[in-house]
Ligand binder design. Structure first.
Ligand code: ADP
Ligand code: TRP
Length: 327
């Protein structure tokens, strides 16, 4: 039986790229036999957050979003990373067997430095904490997007270094992502990859007038509706396909390709996306409101998750302390 684990940083409101690229797969994987751990990586978020109130809100928002979108707490253990202090202990143990060179090769670290971020020690050792997250629960499958695969491989390496020195302590996570669940890349409002850092996101729970306003920002061009266009050059259809059945998307594409009298303009197509998205997330939006009105229930779920996670992490930590001579 596999143990599934993944974490998500509470560094902003979740966007539809996060949903179709990660959250939906996490929720679908709950159908698989095995244990499931999903946590809010608040310790990791602190490598960039300097606003305590915003961080608290994003933690709550992330938990509520996962639950509203269908994460069943009876099937998965949902918790906050910082409520499992054993993870930081394991991170220390791993840091003592990990070479600086391994961390210096991390793409995500190098990218941030190249962008001018002045790195803290925490940002540098980020992959060690992430390895501890993974190894603390004897995880075997770690569903992450492409950008995190190198970090999972580093966790495999670190497990190997520790086990090589002290015997079989950590379970090597065998998979970053089951083949059937490969993450999909969602374009942002400007056609680049949707990402918080590009300011081109569409919040999952946006609705009504605000949704209309945001959807209208999808970048198009000034060609008239009558002018025939190559639909494969319009990323707007990739967004449409997230919410509208493929046959219907194909009909719209055909009309755009032919052009002429009666061909839809960009405004019409955006309207289709807006209405479909509004409907798609309507049940989750309702559930989110209910949860926000019942914080005690959310706290209870996170607390129960943390207790279960801590118990597991404590056994793994004890195993590690014993093996290396600290007990
Ligand atoms: P962001 O790029 O907005 O900062 P994160 O890096 O926090 O998003 O991503 C959280 C999860 O969502 C990751 O698993 C990532 O692979 C996934 N994800 C983010 N943006 C997209 C996207 N545009 N398409 C598909 N998946 C995405
Ligand atoms: N670094 C991951 C991200 O930014 C979040 C994360 C932290 C994580 N610890 C993890 C993901 C452990 C999977 C496993 O998306």
């Amino acid at each position: 039986m596999d143990t599934y684990l993944s974490g998500i940083q509470p560094s902003g409101l979740l966007h539809i790229g996060n949903y179709f690229g990660a959250i939906r797969q996490h929720i679908r994987l709950l159908e698989e036999q095995g244990e499931h751990f999903y946590f809010i990586a608040d310790y990791h978020a602190l490598t960039s957050s300097r606003d305590p109130q915003a961080l608290r809100e994003f933690v709550l928002e992330t938990a509520v979003s996962y639950l509203a979108l269908g994460l069943d707490p009876a099937k998965a253990c949902l918790f906050r990373q910082s409520e499992v202090p054993e993870v930081t202990e394991i991170a220390w143990l791993l840091s003592t067997v990990t070479g600086m060179g391994l961390l210096e090769r991390a793409h995500s670290f190098k990218d941030k430095v190249a962008k001018g971020v002045k790195p803290s020690v925490g940002l540098f050792t980020y992959p060690v904490l992430m390895a501890a997250d993974i190894l603390a629960y004897d995880s075997t499958v770690v569903p992450v997007g492409k950008d995190q695969v190198q970090h999972v491989e580093m966790a495999q390496d670190m497990a190997g270094y520790f086990n090589g020195a002290f015997g079989e302590v950590f379970v090597r996570p065998e998979m970053s992502m089951p083949a059937a669940e490969k993450m999909q890349k969602v374009p942002g409002l400007d056609g680049q990859k949707m990402s918080k850092s590009y300011g081109n996101t569409l919040w999952i729970f946006e609705s009504g007038k605000k949704l209309k306003k945001v959807v209208n920002k999808i970048v198009t061009d000034s060609r008239a509706p009558e002018e025939p266009k190559n639909p494969s050059e319009l990323f707007l259809f990739d967004l449409m396909a997230l919410f509208v059945p493929q046959t219907e998307v194909d009909e719209w594409k055909a009309k755009v390709q032919v052009g002429g009298e009666g061909a839809p303009g960009y405004g019409t197509l955006k309207g289709v996306i807006r209405d479909a998205m509004e409907e798609y997330f309507a049940p989750a939006r309702k559930r989110r409101e209910e949860l926000l009105n019942d914080r005690a229930e959310v706290d209870r779920i996170l607390q129960a998750g943390a207790e279960k996670a801590r118990a597991r992490a404590a056994t793994v930590r004890d195993r590690a302390l014993l093996a290396c001579g600290l007990r």
